[in-house]
Design a protein around this ligand. Structure first.
Ligand SMILES: C[S@@+](CC[C@H](N)C(=O)[O-])C[C@H]1O[C@@H](n2cnc3c(N)ncnc32)[C@H](O)[C@@H]1O
Length: 392
C-alpha cells in the first residue's frame, strides 16, 4: 500500500528544506530544534499524545505516582535543611504534562502541610500545547496560587530558598554532532536531506577538550551547548538552595573508557530508530546527558556538587525509612500491592530505570554535612564506589 503523506510532517519537512535553501546547510542542533520545538509543527509543540504507555515514550511519573511522592518527601527535607523558610520556590524545567508536579503537590498537601503552605511551584514548559494541558491538570493548585505555569523562567536576580528540578529535561535539548569529519550539517541534495560536515566551532572543540573526548574511528559524539546554556542560567538563578537533575547519561570518565559515544536516538511508539531524518516532527529525538559538562557549569557558579548517584540509590535512600509506604497508600487488595511492587521495582532495578538514570545534585548556601545527610543522598554510601562527575 502506498504510504499516505502526513500533511503536518510534509509541512515541517518543507519548512526545513526552505531554511536550507535560504541559508545553506544547517547545524544538526537547528534541525533537532525545528523537529522538536517548531512553534506549530514541532514534536513537543503540537500535542501531548507523545507521552505515556499509549504514546512514544514514558517517563518515571507514568510508571507510578510514587516517583513524585518520594521526591515530595525529599523536597520537604530540603526545605527543612534550609531552615523551613516561609516561602520555598520549587521550579521544574520541562514538566511535560505536569504529572510529576501533580503528584508532588497532591502528596505535599496531604502529608507535609507546613511545606505545602510555604510552597510556590513554578513549571517552566516551552511547548504551548503542554502548558495548556498543565493548566488544566493543575487548575486547583493554580487557582490557589500554589502553582503557576510559564513558557520561560522569568528574568530577575538569583532566587533565595529555591529547589530547581528537572526530570528528562536536558536529554531533550538540541545537540551538535561531531565526528572525525567535523561538525554535522544537514543539506539538501536532489530533494533529499543529506549529511555534510563543517569545521567544528571553537565552542564545540572546547567542549570536547574539557568535558568529552575527540571522535575517532568514524564514531560520533554529541556536544550539547544548549544544555550548557540552560544549566548556566539555572545555576546563576540559585542564590540559596538545591538543583536536582534526573536523566540518562554519562560522565567523561565513562567516555574515556570507550562508552557512551553516539547516543543520539529517535524514538517512536516505544521503538528506537537509527534515523532522525525519517519523519521530522513525528518522532522524538534525544541524546544522553553529559553530566560532567553540567556539573562543571554548576561548579563554575559556585554550587557544590554531590557525587553522581543512580536513580535507584536516590529513591531507595528516600523510601527505605518507611519501606516505601508512599507506593501503597491506596492499595486495599493484595493484587494492588503486587502491582505497586512491580511498578516500584521498575523505577529502582537495573532492568528498569534504576541504573540507567542518574541524579545530579548541586547546592549552595546549605552546609555540606547537612546536604550529604539528606535521605536521597545517604543510601549505601559506604558500599558504592564514587562516580566522580567532576573528574575531567
Ligand atoms: C522528555 S520531556 C520530559 C517531560 C517530563 N519532565 C517527564 O518526565 O515526563 C522534555 C520536556 O522538556 C520541554 N522543554 C524542552 N526545552 C525546554 C525549554 N527550553 N524550556 C522549558 N521546557 C523545555 C519539552 O517541551 C518537554 O515537555
Amino acid at each position: 500500500m502506498p504510504a499516505v503523506a502526513n500533511p503536518i510532517l510534509n509541512f515541517l519537512r518543507q519548512q526545513i528544506e526552505q531554511e536550507i535553501r535560504e541559508h545553506g546547510p544547517i547545524p544538526f542542533s537547528r534541525y533537532m530544534e525545528l523537529c522538536l520545538y517548531d512553534s506549530e509543527f514541532g514534536y513537543y509543540s503540537r500535542n501531548a499524545a507523545q507521552f505515556g504507555k499509549a504514546g512514544d515514550f514514558y517517563t518515571s511519573s507514568d510508571v507510578h505516582a510514587v516517583f513524585g511522592r518520594l521526591l515530595a518527601r525529599q523536597f520537604e527535607e530540603m526545605w527543612r535543611a534550609m531552615g523551613s523558610p516561609a516561602r520555598i520556590n520549587l521550579v521544574e524545567f520541562g514538566p511535560g504534562r505536569g504529572l510529576f508536579a501533580q503528584d508532588v503537590l497532591d502528596w505535599s498537601e496531604k502529608k507535609f502541610p507546613d511545606f505545602f503552605h510555604a510552597l510556590l511551584y513554578s513549571l517552566v514548559e516551552r511547548s504551548p500545547a503542554l502548558r495548556q494541558r498543565i493548566a488544566a491538570t493543575l487548575s486547583r493548585h493554580i487557582e490557589c496560587d500554589r502553582a503557576r505555569v510559564v513558557g520561560v523562567y522569568p528574568a530577575g536576580g538569583p532566587v533565595s530558598n529555591v529547589i530547581v528540578f528537572a526530570n528528562e529535561f536536558f536529554d531533550a535539548l538540541p545537540v551538535e554532532i561531531l565526528s572525525e569529519r567535523g561538525s554535522l550539517r544537514i543539506a539538501l541534495e536532489n530533494g533529499h536531506l543529506v549529511e555534510t560536515w563543517a569545521r567544528p566551532s571553537p565552542a564545540e572543540l572546547e567542549f570536547l577538550d574539557r568535558y568529552s573526548v575527540h571522535p575517532e574511528d568514524s564514531k560520533r559524539l554529541e556536544v550539547c551547548l544548549a544544555a550548557q546554556q540552560a544549566m548556566d542560567r539555572i545555576a546563576a538563578s540559585i542564590e540559596r538552595g538545591f538543583f536536582i537533575a534526573i536523566d540518562y547519561g554519562y560522565t567523561r570518565e565513562e567516555q574515556l573508557a570507550g562508552r557512551h559515544r553516539g547516543t543520539l536516538k529517535a524514538i517512536r511508539q516505544h521503538s528506537i530508530s537509527a534515523n532522525p531524518y525519517e519523519a521530522p516532527g513525528e518522532q522524538d529525538i534525544t541524546a544522553d546527558v553529559n553530566f560532567t559538562a553540567l556539573a562543571a557549569v554548576c561548579a563554575k557558579h559556585g554550587l557544590r556538587i554531590h557525587k553522581l548517584i543512580t536513580q535507584a540509590q536516590f529513591l531507595m535512600g528516600i523510601g527505605e525509612a518507611n519501606q516505601f509506604a508512599d507506593a501503597f497508600e491506596e492499595c486495599r487488595l493484595p493484587q494492588e500491592r503486587a502491582k505497586g511492587t512491580l511498578q516500584l521495582k521498575h523505577l529502582v532495578t537495573p532492568a528498569g530505570m534504576g541504573e540507567s538514570f542518574h541524579v545530579l545534585v548541586g547546592y549552595r548556601g546549605v552546609a555540606q554535612e547537612t546536604a550529604k545527610s539528606l535521605s536521597g543522598l545517604s543510601f549505601g554510601r559506604k558500599q558504592t564506589p564514587d562516580k566522580n562527575v567532576l573528574k575531567t
